[in-house]
Design a binder for this molecule. Sequence first.
Ligand SMILES: [Zn+2]
Length: 289
Amino acid sequence: MEQQLHQAEQHIGSHSKGNVVQAARSEIHQGHLVLINRENPIQQVISTGSLLPLSSFPAIHTLSDNMLLERTCLQHLNDLLEACEGVHDIIAVSGYRSRLEQEMIYQSSLVENGAEYTACYVALPNQSEHQTGLAIDVGKRNKDDKDVNFIAPSFPDSGVYLTFKQLAARYGFIQRYKEGKEAITHISCEPWHFRYVGYPHAAIMERNDWCLEEYIDQLRSFPYEEDHLVFEDEHACVSIYYVPAAGEGTTTNTTDIPVVPCDHYTVSGNNSDGFIVTAYRDKGSQANV
Ligand SMILES: [Zn+2]
């Protein structure tokens, strides 16, 4: 039988023999692959049950108390900090923000830094990924942790910081705003802002030099009915495909999402027009077909 858990605000299941899961149209606004930008603002506030305090991992240094992140994102951030041995040198500067906090940050940056700078580095309220709990700003720790630039923390291209960047994709993180992508993202290069999208999505984006806008768009050319985007590593073979949400004008508000035979899968909305299925077949597994 199909198992479904509603976890981390997306469908997660195991052992699909070729199932169909159903999702309401509103669920396109949930999941680890939601695209948040000027054209695709926040539509749904993350439930507080999906957020975890960074203090759950006491080794992580934080610029302020009570910082929160989406729980899967935080678990992987902790794993990444351990893997790059950066936990003593890297500080978490800013994680989840409510709409009100984003508004206050935007307004105070306008006063302190001016309109031009703010437009480059601070997203308008409801256009910030920080409101999803899936974005984390990291910085170089100073002797005095207070002396960190909150809007644009220093994150060098050397040492543990470089290792963090190099390992990020393996743990599901992308540097969200890269140099050369400003015309698409409308945000200047931010070496400190990492977004959790999950593995292998982060690895695929890095390999192809796609920002999230480009990746979400590319995935539309891999519908269920045609060839899927296939990613393979030493552990698994992963099929990724796109299922458009049932249209606004149609009689049903529910989308039937076909899931190919696999060992486990996730479904995420893209915050625009559909769903992305990620189906994993573990290597050496007999559990399919
Ligand atoms: Zn940020």
